[in-house]
Design a protein around this ligand. Structure first.
Ligand SMILES: Cc1cc2nc3c(=O)[nH]c(=O)nc-3n(C[C@H](O)[C@H](O)[C@H](O)COP(=O)(O)OP(=O)(O)OC[C@H]3O[C@@H](n4cnc5c(N)ncnc54)[C@H](O)[C@@H]3O)c2cc1C
Length: 470
């Protein structure tokens, strides 16, 4: 029997569910990656996420060559490439790991139908999350819409059925006649993307990062995770995004670290909580694919957003005059990554201070983030905009200056990313115009107190409209 494993967001050999299932069924195989032009999106083939992906792919190709098999890379629509390729080579089985984003589900259904017509069997197990939405249900059998009860139910399920990494499996032999080619040239980054400094891709780098985190920062994660000036989080999000490491590997390694050293317990518990948020947002998207276009909470559909391209441009460029916001936006453009606390602050600023539609911010993040993921990005944006699953009502409005004082008290993070403020005295770092005016740094573009009042008014009237109608 001959098989193909179609690599997508699972760029690793260990603990790969579909690859393990294929390996148990076929004698020889071909590893395949397909560059789908639809997925390169607006940031293009040279955007930060695509560059990280190609680095991971290159390293996966080297791992495969060490095992005597050559990764094949093709370009085109998978629903056209796969049936032709499978037919030419006489493939019996195609495996891939399930992706529950709406685009992937549609594409995979078309692939499945085309392969069925030529008699190729498809294996598509779940692998990307620990538990799928259908596995975490309330007693009534409903999907959850709020995180805390979801989390409780998630842990109950884990206690019944922990999802540990798979045992080692033997890969089948290669199909003869396929040699490794160079990856297609992806062009050079656009102007402005040259400076994006990316982490090293691949499974080995992901494992090293996990080890380093579990040997160090995780012990203080519960305290440091909100402090952007401290290197206190794992930075594993790009690796999880492309499956260079599996979420099961993260879970089991963290639980082992806790068993070895119980004093790490609090940090580890908090970290696992974040990985459960990842499952939660994947479940929300699977249950409600419409959230990619619409508010999760329909009562805010009547919200009036500002159409203000100049304000949006100032936010994108990190020129708002609010130091913590500007530091975050500049970190994003320079590293393709932003600290989670600051993601929440800049998202709140865009939606509640500038009153700009969360969809504009979500799209900008997606263009720039190396870890850009439809489910987590949408979940994070709708949470911050109060149109999503946040259990708190709309009056959670971050004060960007107070957030700066609280989470970056000495301004280390701000000084790192906003050079115009490097010389500002510590007592003025969050309100630089209270001291000697900094050179080349803008004044705050809005009055937070007034904008807060306006945001409350808009949210209230959007809801009142719905209540009146009902
Ligand atoms: C507006 C906004 C947009 C976001 N967009 C994305 C995105 O596109 N892709 C993405 O992976 N994360 C996104 N997040 C979640 C979070 O900011 C990042 O996962 C985190 O900053 C990654 O850094 P880390 O790997 O050091 O995280 P750690 O703190 O080490 O957490 C470990 C892992 O848990 C997961 N995780 C952590 N926090 C969250 C969360 N709030 N929601 C879902 N998963 C989480 C990530 O996979 C992360 O790598 C967003 C958050 C907000 C507020």
């Amino acid at each position: 029997m001959r098989g193909i494993h179609w690599f997508r967001n699972d760029l690793r050999l260990a603990d790969n569910t579909a690859l393990a299932e294929l390996s148990a069924r076929v004698d020889e195989w071909i590893p395949l990656f397909i560059i789908d032009p639809r997925l390169e999106g607006e940031s293009g083939a040279a955007g930060p996420r695509a560059r990280f992906l190609f680095d991971c792919l290159d390293r996966l190709g080297q791992d495969l060559l060490r095992r005597g098999v050559a990764l094949q890379v093709r370009e085109g629509f998978p629903e056209e490439v796969l049936p032709k390729f499978c037919d030419q080579i006489g493939i019996d089985v195609l495996s891939f790991n399930l992706d529950t984003s709406p685009f992937a589900l549609g594409r995979d259904a078309r692939v499945g139908r085309a392969l069925e017509r030529i008699g190729v069997r498809v294996l598509a197990p779940s692998d990307r999350v620990v538990f799928r939405s259908s596995e975490i249900r309330s007693l009534k059998g409903d999907a959850y819409s709020v995180y805390s009860p979801y989390r409780k139910s998630w842990w109950r399920r884990w206690e019944d059925e922990p999802r540990l990494p798979l045992a080692r499996y033997r890969l089948p032999g290669p199909v003869d006649g396929f040699s490794a080619g160079a990856l297609p040239d992806r062009g050079t980054p656009h102007a402005g993307q040259f400076s994006v400094e990316l982490p090293t891709g691949g499974a080995a780098a992901g494992r090293r990062r996990l080890d380093k985190f579990l040997q160090g920062a995780v012990g203080r994660y519960h305290e440091d995770r909100d402090r952007p000036g401290v290197d206190g989080t794992s930075r594993l999000s790009p690796y999880l995004r492309f499956g260079a490491i599996s979420v099961r590997q993260c879970f089991s390694r963290a639980l082992e670290a806790r068993a070895d050293n119980p004093s790490l317990g609090e940090g580890i518990e908090k970290w696992l909580d974040e990985l459960i948020w990842r499952d939660f947002y994947a479940a929300i998207l699977e249950e409600h694919p419409r959230v990619l276009r619409e508010n999760y909470r329909r009562e805010y559909d009547a919200l009036v957003w500002n159409d203000d391209p100049d304000a949006f441009a100032a936010w994108c460029e990190g020129q708002t005059g609010f130091p913590i916001v500007d530091a975050g936006m500049r970190q994003l453009k320079s590293r393709g990554w932003m600290h989670n606390r600051v993601r929440m602050i800049v998202a709140s600023f865009l939606t509640k201070d500038l009153l700009i539609d969360w969809r504009q911010g979500e799209r900008f993040f997606f263009q720039h983030l190396v870890d850009g993921d439809p489910a987590s990005n949408n979940g994070g944006w709708q949470w911050a905009a109060s149109t999503g699953t946040d259990a708190q009502p709309y009056f959670r409005i971050f004060n960007p200056t107070a957030q700066g004082h609280r989470w970056d008290p000495e301004g280390h993070y701000i000084r790192r990313w906003v050079p115009e403020l490097r010389e500002v005295a510590p007592e003025h770092i969050h309100t630089p115009y209270d001291g000697a005016p900094p050179v080349g740094y803008p004044k705050p573009m809005v009055d937070h107190r007034k904008r807060r009042a306006l945001a409350l008014e808009r949210f209230r009237s959007a809801r009142a409209g719905v209540e009146d109608e009902s």
